[in-house]
Design a protein around this ligand. Structure first.
Ligand SMILES: Nc1ncnc2c1ncn2[C@@H]1O[C@H](COP(=O)(O)OP(=O)(O)OP(=O)(O)O)[C@@H](O)[C@H]1O
Length: 613
């Protein structure tokens, strides 16, 4: 796989920065922090409450060994010498209460942090969906769907992982270490000194682990992403794989990538193992050192036994949190990377902005004009260098031209999926950039080749543009375009689920449903990208009839691929290199000696060849 392909980026590992490659890292960090701040602000109260619970739980935990020291050094002698059981009962009772309280507090921490993290994630998911949906077509054509899916899944998951357990574990672990060290220094400064000496190799080992595990983690995420991309790519292109007998080769490539994934995972586990073992070793040596140094002092009467026991307990506890901090380091890293990518997505602005002062256009006649339009995608070259075009209301216009000529671009500008660079696209004399978006969407409908059907009933699919339409209206639209009989013959008629057996439709049938959808929406201007099949086979007569009904009585711009569609339209525009090179009625142009006449002759020849009489 070549580096940096669309598919590659689509499944880019969480640990790598792909979206922000050319951005200033400080700006990226600021943007990420702003997003984090805006996510936390609404739940600031519960978040502070969680922090308070974490502090209390750690205080309860750290008091244990000190109580043990008190029990041994003060309470036991009081019982032995003075027959006074009160101090021992007090120490044991307090220990029990703190243990129970600590347990309850820990449970509360889990609940409180879950509440905070789930509220944050709900907010984030909603924002991502609304924002991505609002972005212009330009964004969706540039940002592959795989990447959007990564934002909604693995990136949100990375944050979830951290918020669900990571943050509280990190905070608890950090506090536990500080409290433990402080208690030991307070109880017995010399034992505290032994502990502080042991911190040095502990910190060095943790730093080694951070560097190694970060590198390993990235390798591992890249390997995992490759396996997924390869799998998806092979299965998406399964027809080509099987048709060209590429199974063996695909298997070998996939096998090598899966092996790479296994190897990097094994190495990551090994690094973890070294870290864990190293920490345990340092912890045990520290305990032994505290015991030895303290034991000698006890013999010299320089230290009380209880304090020694407490010191040993504290030393044992000290290194446990470090292992947890190490474990969550990777989660923290990937959550940071995820936050950067999420904030980049949320910072995208629609390239087709809503007008500041929208012009209401409730009743549109359908007069379309391209006035001195120049357009190109992004900063790319001009695709339409200079387009002047007037389509009077009610006219049906067929756009023909070679692939890449600019036909779809004209259609996309008219539907305002993109905005022109210079000049203007006018509807009934009003610049489309100024028209109220709701009115514009109602007036101009684009039916694309793919005829996308959403999961749900056929009726709901037809009513997409007018969800309040009655069943009668839906049926009338289906009848008009000639799809009623087909739907009526389905297992549950109009209630048949398009995803279920019996609801699956052929490409032509799907197109008829999308015609019914457009018919019901009843726009003044209809843009239609006809399916690419260029032969007028008899089975498509139905589609042609549906099409004629759909186009009747409105302005229509059709990217035509069938001769019958072209010949049935009022006017033909031949486009070449973004310019109109021929313009006239189909009969006129066919009889001439221009490009359309050639195309017409080719079409005729193909038809005769495929339907010999
Ligand atoms: N999203 C895009 N970003 C950049 N360039 C684009 C984009 N879409 C189209 N183009 C370029 O604009 C030119 C015109 O493309 P357009 O899709 O309008 O052609 P077309 O006539 O509709 O072709 P076809 O018949 O193959 O659909 C082409 O050179 C194409 O490479």
């Amino acid at each position: 796989m070549s580096a940096g392909t669309g598919a590659d980026r689509a499944a880019a590992p969480r640990g790598t920065v792909t979206d922000d490659e050319r951005e200033d890292p400080r700006a990226v960090r600021r943007r990420s922090l702003r997003l984090l701040g805006s996510l936390i602000r609404p739940v600031a109260g519960p978040a502070w409450w969680t922090v308070a619970l974490v502090v209390l739980a750690q205080l309860a935990a750290v008091a244990g060994p000190a109580l043990v020291a008190f029990g041994i050094d003060s309470a036991l002698p009081a019982l032995a010498d003075d027959d006074d059981a009160a101090p021992l009962v007090l120490a044991a009772g307090t220990y029990l209460v703190l243990a129970l309280g600590g347990g309850l507090l820990s449970a509360q921490v889990v609940r409180a942090s879950a509440r905070v993290s789930q509220a944050i994630l709900l907010d984030l998911r909603g924002r991502l969906f609304r924002h991505t949906q609002r972005l212009s077509l330009e964004f969706h054509e540039r940002y592959t769907s795989g990447r959007i899916i990564s934002r909604q899944t693995s990136d949100t998951d990375a944050l979830r992982e951290l918020l669900d357990g990571g943050v509280t574990t990190l905070a608890s672990s950090g506090l536990a270490m500080v409290f433990t060290a402080a208690s030991l220094v307070w109880l017995d400064p010399r034992s505290g000194l032994v502990l502080l000496v042991a911190v040095v190799p502990g910190v060095l080992l943790t730093r080694w682990f951070q560097i190694r595990s970060q590198r390993q983690y990235r390798l591992n995420r890249t390997a995992a992403a490759r396996v997924i991309v390869r799998f998806v790519e092979t299965m998406t292109g399964i027809r080509a794989v099987q048709a060209f007998r590429r199974e063996g080769r695909a298997d070998a490539v996939y096998g090598a990538e899966a092996e790479d994934y296994r190897r990097t995972t094994a190495e990551a586990i090994r690094v973890n193992g070294v870290f864990d073992t190293g920490l345990t070793l340092i912890g045990n040596v520290t305990v032994a050192a505290v015991l030895l140094v303290g034991g000698l002092r006890v013999l010299d009467d320089g230290l009380e036994v209880g304090v020694l026991v407490a010191a040993v307990l504290y030393a044992r506890r000290f290194f446990q949190p470090l292992a947890q901090i190490g474990m969550f380091y990777n989660s923290f890293q990937s959550a940071t990377a995820a936050l950067e990518k999420l904030s980049a997505l949320l910072a995208e602005e629609p390239t087709v902005p809503d007008p500041a002062e929208p012009v209401a256009l409730p009743r549109v006649r359908g007069d379309v004009r391209f006035a001195d339009v120049e357009f190109g995608y992004g900063a790319g070259p001009s695709v339409l260098p200079a387009m002047d075009l007037h389509v009077p209301a009610g006219q049906s216009l067929a756009l023909v031209g070679e692939t890449g000529a600019g036909k779809s671009t004209i259609a996309k500008l008219l539907a305002r999926f993109y905005d022109v660079r210079t000049g203007a696209v006018l509807l009934d004399g009003v610049d489309v950039r100024r028209i109220d978006p709701t009115d514009l969407r109602r007036a101009v409908v684009m039916v694309t080749q793919e005829a996308y059907l959403f999961s749900g009933s056929i009726a709901a699919n037809i009513a997409l543009g007018r969800p309040d339409a009655s069943r009668e209206e839906i049926e009338a639209a289906a009848r008009a375009v000639g799809v009623h009989e087909l739907v009526a013959a389905m297992p549950q008629g109009y209630d048949t689920d398009v995803d279920k057996r019996g609801g699956r439709l052929s490409a032509g049938q799907r197109q008829l449903v999308s015609f019914a959808r457009a018919f019901l929406a009843d726009p003044a201007v209809l843009i239609l990208d006809e399916a690419t099949s260029s032969l007028d086979v008899p089975g498509e007569a139905l589609v042609q009839r549906g099409l004629r009904t759909l186009l009747a009585g409105r302005t229509a711009v059709v990217i035509a691929h069938r001769l019958s569609t072209v010949m049935g339209s009022d006017r033909v525009l031949v486009v070449d290199g973004g310019r109109v090179v021929e313009d006239g009625s189909p009969a006129e142009l066919a009889a001439g000696d221009g490009r359309f006449a050639e195309l017409y002759a080719d079409w005729q020849a193909t038809l005769t060849a495929s339907h010999p009489t």
